[in-house]
Design a binder for this molecule. Structure first.
Ligand SMILES: [Zn+2]
Length: 63
């Protein structure tokens, strides 16, 4: 039997404990702050994947 509430996972942002439950709408993050920080990182250049972008550009230039 698996417990669906109260599971503790590691917050990807701060590495702290995060409660994985329907009550935690920021999951897998531990808090709203960590979620916002992560979203901000995605919006910035730090998370950009050059390979993916160049692959898309190559396809477009084929046509
Ligand atoms: Zn966190």
């Amino acid at each position: 039997m698996e417990l669906k509430t109260g599971r503790v996972v590691r917050c990807p942002q701060c590495g702290g404990e995060s409660l994985w439950s329907p009550d935690n709408r920021f999951r897998p993050f531990c808090s709203e702050r960590c979620k916002l920080i992560d979203l901000g990182a995605w919006a910035s250049d730090s998370y950009r994947i050059p390979d993916q972008e160049s692959g898309i550009r190559d396809r477009e230039s084929d046509q």
